[in-house]
Ligand binder design. Structure first.
Ligand code: PLP
Length: 450
């Protein structure tokens, strides 16, 4: 221990934290790990924040033996609930390095080395969208923050283009848009013009035009989903982008889950029109193999992001405004270089492997759709656009689905949480992990026939 420093150092303790991390990264998480009632957890954890401290060894013991077992295995290949995760080993281990480097990545002067690498990862995403080299943005915590930041920029641009104020600012979206988009509307105190979807809930250019018939005063953006969360449906970006261009409306693409499929040639045509969008988000922590938390927020013309979000103050006067300051592009100032684990994984494995990994997930999805088609007691709700599969078990009601789902979750066989489609309970698989095997899913489908 160095006597001249305030905090005592305990190298064996620090090493045991790293040893545990290492085992977790290589060994994965127990699929039966799950949340427990708060009284039970509190009783097992006891008082940990005390004047004298409980000591790192005891805190680590509680973490590994009590706390972690009460968290879900997000990256297990048989976790198909909500939107799971599938970070690469390289990305996970690099998250430790990013912590160790303790970079302030809000400004260029403090974080240039991190920012230049993060920006290369962002540039790859922008190139997949067919955007010019001048596109740019930053990484934020999640698409909730990404959607909000993009919509704030869109409204700021619209406000600058008129002298008066509309009765109410609004953006257009379908009923199937993610809940975070509605959260953004509430934060921004603006309205949502609902655009009717097709049979799969998809927004089309003509449906948008029909919704705009009644007038578009105060309409500052259209939000399309490039992969709805519930069904993985990609809106008709091409048709919608044509209407937006004709009317000079900002087009925001929410690709939090599905934007990853831009990397897959077999799915790329679904995204046609994205080259005309003004902003775009994708969560690498969903289907681009990065750990939490990581959302890429991109603007085709970043100046609109900066106009809306740059912070100014006397204590920020020395910030070099001629360089790329990620703080300028979202609702944040201090930020962790959370794009670096994603960058490291991309740099390690290469974009070809990323393309192949996303294609692998799409191919597993197609294999599972075929297996569903082979079973008379199952029916597919719709052909998937991406990697979400909605299907029904003939004769089952909600209670049957919930009981089956709960039984499999407890046994650690599969995590599959029912959802709703057209007001009926249905089963939903969301694939993001290239290690998920069709054979294992087939066994799960068999168990639905019993
Ligand atoms: C997950 C998701 C979001 C929200 O992203 P967070 O990272 O959880 O904030 C937004 N839109 C879509 C389509 C999503 O799937």
């Amino acid at each position: 221990m160095k006597a001249d420093r305030f905090w005592p150092s305990d190298e064996p303790l620090l090493r045991s934290v790293l040893d545990w991390s290492w085992q977790r990264i290589l060994g994965g998480q127990d699929p039966t790990a799950r949340a427990r009632p708060v009284d039970e957890l509190q009783a097992d954890v006891g008082e940990t924040v005390t004047p004298g401290g409980i000591g790192g060894a005891e805190a680590l013991r509680l973490f590994t033996q009590v706390l972690v077992p009460a968290t879900r295995a997000q990256d297990n290949p048989m976790n198909l609930a909500y939107v799971p995760a599938a970070p690469t080993e390289a990305a996970l281990v690099f998250d430790l390095a990013v912590s160790a480097a303790e970079v302030f990545a809000g400004t260029w002067e403090a974080g240039a080395g991190a920012v230049v690498a993060e920006n290369q990862a962002l540039a790859w995403l922008a190139s997949l969208a067919g955007w010019p080299d001048s596109a740019g943005g930053c990484f934020v915590s999640g698409a909730t923050m990404g959607n909000l930041s993009a919509l704030v920029a869109a409204r700021h641009r619209a406000a600058g283009l008129r002298d008066d104020r509309p009765g109410r600012w609004r953006f257009a979206a379908t009923a199937d848009v993610h809940s975070s988009v509605h959260a953004a509307a509430r934060v921004m105190d603006c309205g949502v013009l609902e655009v009717g979807g097709d049979g799969c809930g998809r927004m089309t250019g003509s449906a948008l035009e029909a919704a705009l018939e009644a007038g578009d005063d105060g309409l500052f953006a259209v939000v399309v989903s490039a992969g709805t969360t519930n069904a993985g449906v990609v809106d008709d970006i091409s048709g919608v982008s044509r209407v937006c261009r004709e009317r000079g409306i900002w087009l925001h693409v929410d690709g939090a889950y599905g934007g990853a499929a831009l990397a897959a040639p077999s799915a790329r045509p679904l995204f046609d029109g994205i080259e005309h969008a003004d902003s775009f988000v994708v969560d690498p922590h969903k289907w681009l193999f990065a750990p939490y938390d990581c959302c890429a927020l991109l603007y085709r013309e970043p100046v609109y992001g900066a106009d809306a979000h740059s912070q100014f103050a006397t204590y920020l006067e020395q910030v070099d405004r001629s360089e790329w300051n990620p703080a300028d592009y979202a609702v944040h100032l201090t930020r962790r270089a959370r794009g670096l684990p994603f960058w490291f994984s991309l740099a390690t494995y290469g974009t070809d492997m990323y393309r192949d990994a996303v294609e692998q997930v799409l191919s597993v999805t197609r294999g599972v759709v075929e297996e569903i088609g082979r079973r008379t007691y199952l029916s597919l709700v719709m052909e998937p656009d991406l990697s979400v599969v909605l299907f029904e078990r003939t004769g089952w009601d909600e209670a049957d689905y919930v009981a089956w789902s709960e039984r499999n979750a407890r046994a650690g066989i599969v995590l599959c949480v029912p959802t709703r489609w057209a007001d009926r309970p249905v089963l939903r698989f969301c694939f993001v992990n290239p290690d998920t095997l069709v054979e294992r899913i087939s066994e799960v489908l068999d168990s639905l026939g019993d």
